[in-house]
Design a protein around this ligand. Sequence first.
Ligand code: MN3
Length: 211
Amino acid sequence: MPYTLPALPYAFDALVPHIDAKTMEIHHGKHHQAYITNANKALEGTKWAEMPAEELITQLAELPDNIRTTLRNNAGGHVNHSMFWTVLAPAGKGGGGEPTGPLSEAIKAAFGDFAHFKEELAKAATTRFGSGWAWLCAKKDGNGVQICSTANQDNPLMGEGVAGCGGRPILGLDVWEHAYYLNYQNKRPDYITAWWNVVNWGQVAKNFAAK
Ligand code: MN3
């Protein structure tokens, strides 16, 4: 089955004023769709065409040279954005605040407190040069959480040594300019500060609990 664009779980303007409607419309309908279109084109007629994208990106080394980079970028882009929409929610309606339960405990164990965790993720996102992502991951050994960042559309699932920490992402922050430039121009830190207001901690906790 070719990859298809998942519906946004809220309206384009649901994250206003933190993320503007035009950015959401273009980001979802044009950027995410383009990753899907390009990945499907590369996969057409290959034995990998039926494989879920999350699985495909864990085995890039197996792919033929002529489609490997295309799929790293575009299947990666599809996986990254499919998660990104779900870890956001309108401020005050599922978005913002702080995590609770086991995820909160894991964050405290790794970073001391929630405020320090926010500083560390913001630092990873701000210092990522050029385009990429900052991630909160469940550690590969199942023992807690860690932060990392990746370039372009790389995802930690691509494996340690390929991209990031090799953990299992439970929260991703897109710091490509297309994610914020219309509203924030060059002010990536302002976008990141606003983004915390729309993080869907309930979904991130579910991601953490999933094995
Ligand atoms: Mn993006």
